[in-house]
Write a protein that binds this ligand. Structure first.
Ligand code: UTP
Length: 290
């Protein structure tokens, strides 16, 4: 049977964002800007650069602004047009999404990432889908999701973006048990979420980018709780191994963990330095604090 094309992405945004309190008391973590764009916008642009046509946001209480962000700001557009602010108007419209291409479902209680993905089961239906966690911000020449999409077409199955971390930090991540390490692609024989350091099968860890087959939903539906008492996506992904191809992809590029304060601040610097209009000012600032 020919491989189904990858056209759908799920963006879970229902987490509480406790590490950014009080900023996230009334504002969604995913609306925090890196330079002048909210995290959610970077994730949507990355998905679209990979040929994704339909996006489902898994929202929760206080997250409605994320859905609104993809609406047309009619009054604002009208005011900008009346004032001749063509540049600002173009910036606003550059982000526009096709009508009917952004969906949202509600995760009423944040029971874990696995539970969040299960909430999108009607959207996913029988199709392969990408997952992007917007607080992992990627700086890649080729969209990280596009790199995963290529690997999906190459391997015909599940692919997760991976990176190596120092041994003493493996207990914070989903970790790969490696069957065969072929460099760019790693075939996987097991996965374990947040293992104790001494029991971790490798130091190859999963970051917030995935391409998964719809069969994962059947495993998630059992609602088995894992590390931290949450319904973990990693545990259900592990159950696919042996029945479907499962690979890790050493993606090309950099990741910034914007769910963490230090990662968020580093992303501001890196993204400002990558902007010709801001790089000179940012370099001056860094010299002053060097
Ligand atoms: P995090 O582990 O970063 O949790 O979730 P969090 O709640 O967003 O932030 P902290 O740790 O309290 O500061 C990783 C991703 O999974 C989503 C989050 O929105 C984030 O994109 N998530 C997590 C859900 O959508 N639902 C959940 O139940 C848990």
């Amino acid at each position: 049977m020919p491989l189904k094309p990858l056209k759908k992405a799920v963006l879970p945004v229902a987490g509480l964002g406790t590490r950014f309190l009080p900023a996230t008391k009334t504002m969604a973590k995913e609306m925090l800007p890196i330079v002048d764009k909210p995290l959610i916008q970077y994730a949507v642009e990355e998905a679209r650069a990979a040929g994704i046509e339909q996006i489902c946001l898994i929202t929760g209480r206080g997250k409605t602004m994320l859905v609104d962000h993809f609406d047309i700001a009619y009054e604002l557009e009208k005011t900008l047009a009346e004032r001749g602010k063509e540049k600002e108007l173009a910036a606003l419209r550059a982000d526009a999404v096709l009508p009917g291409s952004v969906f949202s479902v509600r995760q009423q209680v944040p029971m874990g990432l696995g539970h969040a993905i299960w909430c999108a089961r009607a959207f996913i239906a029988d199709d392969p889908f990408a997952i992007l966690l917007p607080d992992d911000l990627m700086q890649c020449e080729v969209s990280c999701t596009a790199q995963l999409a290529d690997a999906y077409r190459e391997t015909g199955g599940n692919v997760v973006a991976i990176e190596e971390v120092p041994r003493d930090r493996v207990n914070r991540y989903g970790v790969l048990d490696v069957a065969e390490d072929r460099g760019r692609l790693v075939s996987v024989k097991g996965l374990v979420e947040k293992p104790p350091i001494e029991k971790a099968p490798s130091n190859l860890t999963i970051i917030g980018r995935y391409v998964l087959m719809p069969e994962v939903i059947g495993h998630l539906a059992r609602m088995e709780k894992g590390a931290g008492g949450e319904v973990q996506l990693t545990d259900s992904m592990a159950k696919l191994i042996g029945t479907q191809p499962f690979h890790g992809l050493r993606y090309e590029g950099r990741r910034f963990d914007c769910g963490d304060k230090a990662g968020f601040l580093e992303a501001q610097v890196a993204f400002a330095l990558a902007r010709p209009d801001l790089a000179p000012a940012m370099r001056d600032i860094l010299k002053r604090y060097g």
